[in-house]
Write a protein that binds this ligand. Structure first.
Ligand code: SF4
Ligand code: F3S
Length: 121
C-alpha cells in the first residue's frame, strides 16, 4: 500500500504534507507533489496536513481519481531528484485554485516547461 496525492493539489501545492513525512517520500513537480509508493510507509501523517484534502491511502482514493495511483508512481520516478521535505510557500493563486474542480488538464509534468513559461512571460 501507499498514500497518493490527488487532483486538489494541482495549482495549490501547499507543501505542508512534505514537511511531516518521516521517510522523505514526496517529490516536487512545478504545480503538484507526488508520493513515491516504494518509499511511503503508510504512516498517515501527511493526510491531515493538507488544507485541500488531496491525500488518500491507495485503497481509499475516490473513483474519479484512481488514475492518480499510477500517476504518483510515474511522476515520483520522473521527479526522482526533486525530493521535498520541508514546507515552502504555496503557489501564488493557491486559494483560488483550491475551489476549482477538474484541474487535471493543468498538471505540469515538466520543470523545463515551467522555466520556459516564466522566461516568456
Ligand atoms: Fe510520508 Fe507517511 Fe504520507 Fe507515506 S503516509 S507519504 S510515509 S507522511
Ligand atoms: Fe499538495 Fe496538499 Fe501537499 S495541496 S503539496 S498535497 S499539502
Amino acid at each position: 500500500m501507499a498514500y497518493v496525492v490527488t487532483e486538489p493539489c494541482i495549482r495549490c501545492k501547499y507543501t505542508d504534507c512534505a514537511a511531516v513525512c518521516p521517510v522523505d517520500a514526496f517529490r516536487e513537480g512545478p504545480n503538484f507533489l507526488a508520493i513515491n509508493p516504494d518509499e511511503c510507509i503508510d504512516c498517515d501523517a501527511c493526510v491531515s496536513e493538507c488544507p485541500v484534502n488531496a491525500i488518500y491511502p491507495d485503497d481509499e482514493v475516490p473513483e474519479e481519481w484512481e488514475d492518480y495511483i499510477e500517476l504518483n508512481d510515474r511522476l515520483s520516478q520522473k521527479w526522482t531528484t526533486q525530493v521535498i521535505n520541508e514546507a515552502k510557500d504555496p503557489l501564488p493563486d493557491a486559494e483560488e485554485w483550491a475551489e476549482v474542480e477538474h484541474k487535471r488538464e493543468y498538471l505540469k509534468e515538466e520543470w523545463d516547461d515551467e522555466a520556459a513559461v516564466s522566461a516568456n512571460s
